[in-house]
Design a protein around this ligand. Sequence first.
Ligand code: TMP
Length: 216
Amino acid sequence: MSGGYVNLDNASLTGVSVAFVSKYIALEGGDGSGKSTVAVALATRIETDGGEVVMVREPGGTPLGEVVRGLLLDSDRLDDWAEVFLFAAQRAELAREVIAPALSAGKWVVSDRTYYSSIAYQGRGRGLGEDEVRAINEKGLDGVVPDHVFVLDVDPETALARQHAADRIGKEGVDFQEKVRAAYLGLAESEPDKVVVLDGSLPADKLVDLIAAVVL
Ligand code: TMP
């Protein structure tokens, strides 16, 4: 990877303004990258620091979103564009019903995936176009987008091997995950103030240290 992983010494390079605390934090990465564990550990760290945290996951996080999650991950097959729109639909609902109210109330939001997953998985992995998939999602989000996106980067072969049970999309295999990984690395290059790549092989508490150095 060209830019290298962020560390405590260059965390300030992410351009965080001290005058405005950005509280919508996303964990991203390929299947089996360990982001769910880190999301929980990060939420605990923020709470220890005195913050109130709402944790969400995508797909899911609302009654409608959890139903759509089942359709997306448990169906035998699904048209690629139907997949894009179902992800975008559950996301619009989550943004308006849960995330925007939480942020308005001064709470933190820690999200296990966001529309950056769709850009990487559907845009690059499925080959539907990163710009197209981004535009479809941003339309429904109306500005409710993460302030910081942390990508846990793990070699796809290692990551897939440590997964307990793969869902429909996780079963796509290593080549697909390589495309997803390339998309995330590209996003970090094109949006360096927002998207930060971390070495996903580090222990969760070390990863939380790195994230906390940026966001807290
Ligand atoms: P999870 O394993 O993090 O629960 O994510 C569920 C699966 O859905 C995983 O294979 C990644 C995939 N996914 C997409 O393809 N696009 C998306 O927008 C999201 C949120 C997840």
